[in-house]
Structure formats: C-alpha cells, structure tokens
Design a protein around this ligand. Structure first.
Ligand SMILES: Cc1ncc(COP(=O)(O)O)c(C=O)c1O
Length: 359
C-alpha cells in the first residue's frame, strides 16, 4: 500500500509494530473469553503498576464507550456532568452520554480547553434542587481537545475544588499519554487525582482499545462491582478480550533499549512533530495570513488561515476545520500529529504554505 500521511487525526495513524507483535504473542491456541485470560491478567498488573496498587482497569473498544461507561459508573440517574465547551463528550459523541447514559452535560466555558477552577461554582447552586440535573460529576480532558495540557498543579486545584463541591472527577484521557509526555511525568500524575479515567490507546499506536480505570480507593469496591455489568450493557465487553488487553499492555510495558515505554515514545514523537510544525509555521505566519489560536502543548496545532490556502493544502493533505475563522474568508483548522508523523510530512505541508503564499 502506498503510504500517505495527513494531519486530520491521530486516529488516521497506523498500528505500531510493537502493538502488532504483542497481539501476535497473545495469539495461538485457546484462552478464556471475556477477560479471564492470561493476557488480560498481565494488563491488570500493568494498570496497577502504572496507576498504583488497587487501580483496576476494564478494557473497552473505543473512547466514546470508555467515557459513557465511566460517566454512568460515576453518576446516579439524575446526575449531570459538568464539562468544558470543547469536551468530546459534549460535541463529538452524538449525545451518547445523554442518550445512552441519561446524563445531561452541563457546559462550562473553557476558551483554551482547560476548565478554570473559578468557573466550577457555576452549577453549585443546583445541588439539592430537584428541578435541576445534579452536578455530581466533573469531566476533564487531558490533553484537552484543543491541544493544551493541564499542569499537575492546575489539576490538583480543579480536582480538589470539584470534590469540595460534591463532584466526582472523570478524566477523558484519550490523549493522556501526550499530556504525560509533554509534562515529563508519568501517566498517573498526568491524570491528577481523578476518580475514574478513560485511558486512551487508539491515538497512541493501538489498533483499537481503551480502558476504564478506577483510580479512587473509596470507589474501588462499589464501581468494581458495577462496571462489568455497565460495560456489557453498553456493548463494550469484548469476548476475545486478550487482543485488546495485549495492545494496552504493550503501550504500558514494551520498553526500548533505554527503558522508555511505548506510550511515552509514541506520544513524545507526536508532540515533537507538532512542536516542529508550529516552529516552522511561525516565521510564515504574517505572509501567509496564519493566526495561531491555541498554544501547542501536546500534538496539535490550531491555526486560523485563509480558506483559499486551506483549499490549496487539501489537494495534498487532509485536516479538519475546527470552526469558522474570525472573518468569512478564514477558517480555523486543527493540524494533528501522531506517533507515525514523519518529519517529511511536516516539511511537505510547510513547503506548500510557503509556496502558496510567496508566489
Ligand atoms: C478527547 C477525545 N476523547 C475521546 C475520543 C474517542 O473517540 P472514539 O469513540 O472515536 O474512540 C476522542 C477521539 O477523537 C477524543 O479526541
């Protein structure tokens, strides 16, 4: 197959060879279905080693599933989920938390993707009011949908305040690896004091697979009991689970000669490509009419550009419009890098912009 590379999504990326190797290693012969297999036992150990003794992981198929199962586990039927205006659970899951989980999303402004602690009080007055969805869960995204990252200190403050306000905290970690690599910390630290985590594998080099991880000590028993039922009811229970577990296990434990785990190598590369792209675009910005709209802290560059330029670039590369630009002639686009983005693709995109605007 001819290889091509795009900037549309880290889901466009291929499967990392070490992930394939782990699936092959798990292959052959029979093993018990639905998670009682040796590979899932190894995954369980890797989750405890990564997130702390007692952390329990439940492999699922996709990120929407991980989020819906997590939120349903954390909230009673009358609960609302406080989330940022950019949240994937709010904008990009076709209402699954509402329709499948019966949970209203309560939006908070977050221009740079991060929820500010001061805004958390917005729904506090609704607690105890039977007419209002009860704000009982806060969902944060790390790294955020717009490519920014909560620092461990930001997270600590937000999580602490949410807990004070009676909310449990969920972290959508579809790109947790990118956040951890950007911060130079482990996955556990990047998830802050979250109670439940959607741990992402797909964007980090897996074929498919994420996990719901219970982190809070005091929820382990109750949610540990509920989650298997919720996962099955929401159609996220894989019968041949060993193949999902093998992928996540590889991301968590497969090390290179320097002892660096695969999640970190993959995320660091994706982040480095986005940083490089940003650095290469900066000097062209004035001439090309580019306006950066977000800081580049993980693996994405958000930039406003003339629609004519975007159309020209799309003759070669795919990428998404994020929202309309500040003028009718412009569009804000998301340029996403992934574990397999080659330097040549970045150079190619930059050269096209240079060519198109210096002609
Ligand atoms: C922030 C975030 N959460 C979750 C997901 C998972 O989505 P999916 O259900 O497509 O795996 C994505 C994928 O784009 C995402 O960007």
């Amino acid at each position: 197959m001819t290889e091509s590379f795009h900037f549309a999504s880290d889901n466009y990326a291929s499967v990392h060879p070490e992930v394939f190797a782990a699936m092959h290693a798990a292959d052959g012969g029979h093993d018990v279905a639905y998670g009682a297999d040796a590979t899932t036992a190894a995954f369980d150990e890797a989750i405890a080693a990564t997130f702390g003794d007692g952390a329990v992981g439940f492999p699922v198929f996709n990120g929407t599933g991980a989020n819906v199962v997590s939120l349903m586990a954390l909230s009673p039927r009358w609960g609302g989920v406080v989330a940022s205006e950019h949240a994937h659970i709010h904008n990009d899951e076709n209402g699954a938390p509402e329709r499948v989980g019966g949970l209203k999303i309560l939006e908070l402004p977050a221009p740079d993707g991060r929820i500010d602690v001061a805004s958390l009080d917005r729904y506090a007055g609704d607690l105890g009011d039977e007419h209002r969805a009860q704000p009982l869960v806060l969902s944060l995204t790390q790294a955020t949908e717009v490519g920014t990252v909560y620092s461990p200190e930001d997270l600590r403050v937000v999580v602490e305040r949410a807990h004070q306000l009676g909310m449990r905290v969920h972290v959508d970690g579809a790109r947790l690896a990118n956040a951890a690599a950007a911060l130079g910390v482990g996955l556990k630290e990047a998830a802050g004091g979250a109670d439940v985590l959607s741990f992402g594998g797909t964007k980090n080099g897996a074929m498919l697979g994420e996990a719901v991880v219970i982190l809070a000590d005091d929820l382990r028993e109750s949610l540990g009991h509920d989650l298997p039922y919720l996962r099955k009811q929401t159609m996220q229970l894989g019968s041949k689970m060993r193949y999902v577990s093998a992928q996540l296990h590889a991301l968590l434990t497969a090390t290179d000669a320097h002892g660096t785990p695969l999640w970190q190598r993959n995320a660091a590369h994706a982040n480095a490509m986005a940083t490089y792209l940003r650095e290469e675009l900066e000097p062209l910005a004035a001439g090309a009419g580019l306006k950066f709209t977000q800081a580049t802290e993980a693996n994405a560059v958000f930039v406003e550009m003339p629609r004519t330029l975007a159309a020209r670039l799309r003759e070669t590369y795919r990428f998404y419009d994020w929202k309309p630009g500040s003028t009718p002639e412009s569009t804000e686009v998301r340029l996403m890098c992934s574990w397999d983005t080659p330097v040549e693709a970045v150079d190619g995109l930059v050269a096209l912009i240079d060519e198109a605007t210096s002609a």
